[in-house]
Every structure is written in structure tokens, then in C-alpha cells.
Design a protein around this ligand. Sequence first.
Ligand code: GAL
Length: 665
Amino acid sequence: MKFGVCYYPEQWPEARWAVDAQMMHDAGLQIVRIAEFAWAAMEPADGRYTWTWLDKAIQTLAEAGLQIILGTPTAAPPVWLTRAYPDVLRQDANGRGRSHGTRRHTCPNSPTYRRYSQRIVQMMVTRYGQDPCIIGWQVDNEFGGGKTGRCYCPHCAAAFRTWLQARYGRIEHLNEAWGTVFWSQTYANWAEINPPDTAIDKPNPSHVLDYYRFSSDSLGTYQQQQVDMIHAGAPGRFVTHNFMGLFRDLNQFDLAAALDFITWDNYPTGNPERWRRYLLPVGEAAGPVVDYAYDVGDPVITGMAHDLMRGLKQRPFWIMEQQCGHINWGHTNPGIRPRTTRLWCWHALAHGAEAILFFRWRATLFAQEQYHSGLLRHDGRPDVGWADLKTMQAERALLAQIAAASLAAEVAILWQYDDLWALQEQPHHHDYDYMRQLFVFYQALSSSGISVDIVSPMADLSRYKVVLAPTLHVTSSPVVAALQAYVRGGGHLLLGVRSGFKQASNVVTAVPLPGALSDLAGVTVTDWQSLPPPAGWVLQTEVPGLSGLATYWVEALQPHGARPLASYEHGASAFTEHGVANGRVYYLGLYPTPAQATAVCHYLLAGVGITPLVNLPPGLVARCRGPYTILLNFTDHPLTAHIHGRDTRVAARDIMVLDQASLEG
Ligand code: GAL
């Protein structure tokens, strides 16, 4: 397990660099990321490069024994570029342009921006590609951050038309796929198509979904150019990008595919605050029900982000930016107490982190992030994360052993950005969000101590005993084929409400629901309803815990081959099980409460011989990595878990590691 830090030498006097580098080394840090916003310092005027400072910074850090990650600076272009070529600036959906003075204000489809981005990256690669101190590269910074995942400028409109042409071939095919006969939307040629107008009434959902896909692909091709240049000019160095957990606007699976491994930016007090409204019904979104300590965030939400990040490539990840004090962009930005940073690091490790870099070395004296903390305070004295870093130095051997252990989840949840985007456009119920439907199952598994990979349906599913697809809404032939292969090979698949409803172009299937998944599920959905609370259909079942009311979204199922496991009062089935070759397919026709989701998960786990941890007290997280069970207490009071046959007490905001070998011995 390596530790590192994000450092901005261009923001500090040169005379300070050697002091900082030595302090980093003495603190046990091994890696430092630099340069990702320093374009103006590298190229102060068009074609005039100033590398001396960066040479010196690299040399100073390397002399202190630090390994360096270089960031390409394309998230923060210099003002001369945006002045000379205003067409590099992005436009929002209302046609409003961005201007200089922030970051990510450019368009990935601007040919000028691409040309200049490639030039600065090529210059960096030529200069530093073979430098032995540089172990890897970060492309750009947080694609899509600050609501920049989609641009609506004329370059994007043109590129969108080309993208559509490649996808549909003929304009007639697009008209048919989108159903443009509706409201006289029919197009006679490609030039008539613009980005969807989200300002007036409702745009066509097929148009919207394609625009979201196109926007994500645009950043994908933009990224690919940099990846190719770095691979060519910096052999043997890794290429990565810093992702944003449960960020919604880009297909993170696609972006991850081009990278050697992924890293992500973990801000546990800020991110869960942002994501909670997508994950919990409106009434519960205000704050966590569990009495977590005030400065730890919501570990189940952070855990879900870790598991999606691990699932992007089905392999461990790095944390490129780890919060180590207060941030500056949350609701209240709570001060962080001693032991919290350590708790977060152990949490990341338990979910598959291999290295952690703290954000940032020292709090900045100026500009946008003055109120953001670092390992050092503004005045250069250690801040709260520093002592935790010292504690973790003493734990280094154990951290390294766990980081080297494999994390083999037996359960996966499927995540499709097409589903997220299609349902975001047409939720039909104000409390229906794709991520909410996934989270209720994730939460159930997490509170049972079950490790989960969150993966694309096109991932290698054969490694999982159970795969949950809580809402496989948009189907395509490859996805249906992948699920069929998984089940025939012995897998157990759960399908949930609204599955099979849409075809790839975001139009409804004309086949009885669940459409292309009907044969697999062995049921027909004869009726579906969105229910306003507190309405519900009464459940009758022998599945322990799956009782009470089905609320929010209900589907009446008629089995054809499947066996009912639960039904509604009025007789239709609510939950079914269908044997297919060596595997099984379950269909759950309701949006479950947390208790109902737990009941369903335990039923499925029992079917494959996985034993959940029961009675984990709320606030205690348990994760297995290799032979280790890592217990993490996110509350301000001690908690006891009965685990592996004995009671284990974990102190407030502390961790405990149980080693299988010592337990057996
Ligand atoms: C991240 C970003 C960093 C910094 C940080 C502050 O999203 O990548 O550059 O702004 O947030 O928390």
C-alpha cells in the first residue's frame, strides 16, 4: 500500500520545494502527483514553453526519493488560448458560453482545442516520457466535473451529426429508431439535427439518450488521443484518469476501458451529500438514519462508489485524491477529527484501493480553494490528517499485506449508463431514480457484510455466483446474450422492475414485458403501476422478511415456466424463480424497501451457499479482502459485532482486522 499526495509546486515559492519534498519523504509518502492544472506555467504564450521550473520541481521531488505522476494540464487552458480561439469554449444547453477564470470551460469537440491539447501533451511526453522518476500519467482531470460532461456548441452539433450518421447510416433509420413521426419531428437530412433542446417542453427521449452517449464518447475520443501519445512516448508508464465515483453524466466504463487502471477522488463528507438525493427516497434524503459520527460521511454511499470504481475494470484502483481534512464545497464542510482520515483510508483499502494520494499537500493561500484543507495548514504546520498518516506508517506492514490480497466478490450488481440516462429522462415517479433502485440492494448486501462488484452487463459475469440487475431497462442483443450465457453457465440472476422495457434506441418494446428478457425470466408482466405513497399492494409470501406493502412501483407477474415465491393479495405473482439450464432467474416485481431488499438478497444468497453476516450493528462496516475481515466503526461509540463465532468490539471511529488464519489457529 503506497501513500502519496497532490502537490502544486507552481503555487509556492521555489525556495520551499525542497523543504516540502523532504517533509513528504519524512512523512512516509512515496508518490506525488503534479502539474495537472499548470498549462499557463508551462506555455505562457502560444508556442513559448517554460520547462525550467517543472524540470526543477521534478528534480527536487525525485531527489527526496518521491515517485512522480504527471498530470496533463488540459483541464485548465491558458487565457491566451481562449482569447485567440473563442471557439474552444463550451456552451451550455441554453447556448450560454463559458469564459476564462475557472476550469473545464472548453469543448472536447473543438478542433482547435484538440490540436492545442495534443500539442502540450506531446511536448510534455517528449520532455518527460523517459524520465525514470515519472511512474505514470494522469490524463486531464475529472472529466465532466463542474457540470461539464455535455457541451452544446456548434462543434458538438456538427460532431453529433457525424456520430449519428455512423450509428444509423441512413436518415430513415434514425427517423424510425427515434420515432420522429411523433410531433412532426421527421428529419430529411442530417444537417437538420441539433443537440436536444432541453429548454422548451420535452425533447425526444431517444434524441436525448443518443446525445448523452455521444457526449460521453466525445470525451472518450478526446482522452484516447492523450492516452495514445503517452503510451507511445512514455513506454512502461501507466496511464490513468481520476474518476468521480457515482458521477452520472459520463459512461465511466467506456472511459475506463482505455486506461491501465483507474483512480478516483474520494471526498467522504462531500460526495455522499451530493449523491444522497439520487440514492434515497425524497423523505429520507435529508440525512442518514444511522447515527454516523458527524465528520465521516455516509460509509455505505462511499462504499458503493468504491465498488463501482473497482467494477469499472474489475480490478483494484487507486485513490488519486483522498480527503484528509475539511473540504470547501459541501453544505457545512465539517472539520475532521483525529482518526477520521485513517478510517477513510482503511475503508478504501477494504474496498480494493492499492494506493492512496491525499489532496492536497498544503492549504492554498489564494484563489478558489482557500477554504480547502491539506495535510499541512496554510501556515505550513501539520493539519489533522498528518497524525493519522503517522499512525498508518506504524500499520504499514499490515496495510501492505491486505493491499496485496485479492478481493474476489461473489456478487455483482449491474450498472448501465443507458438505464440511468433513460430513467433520468422519464422517471415516471418523482421518487424513482435508477441509482436509488440499485442502492436499496447495495445497502442490503453491504449491511450483511457482502462484497459486491458493480459492473457493466458486458463485464466478465462468470466469476459471480449471483448477479443483480435491479432495473435492466434498456436492452440490446449483446446484453441479453450475455445474461443468457451467464445463467446457462450456472449463474443466479435477479431482474427487477422496469427491466426489458426499452430497446437500445430508447423506444418501448412491442413484445410483452419484460420484453427481450421474458424467456429468461419465465414471466410476463401483465400490469405495472407507479404508486403515490402511502398506496401499496399487500404481499403474501413465505420468503422470510418479504412481507408488508409493495410501494412506489409494482408489477403484476404471470409465470410461464417460473415458480411464484411471493404474490399480491389480488393473486398476481410478485416474485418468481425460474430454472434455466444450470442457472436460475428471479424476477422481483416491486421496488423494495430496505427490509424487503434484505429479504430478497438473503434468499438469493442462501440459494448459492453464501452466508451473510447478520446483526452487524448500524454504523459498523465489514469487508473481506483475502483472508482478512476488516471492521470499521463509523460512529462515535464502540460497537460490537458477532462475527466468525466471536464477539469483536471496535472502538469509536476505529478499525479492527480479523485474520482468518489467526481465527482458525
Ligand atoms: C476535486 C478536484 C481537485 C480539487 C478538489 C477539491 O474534485 O479534482 O482539483 O478541486 O476536488 O476538493
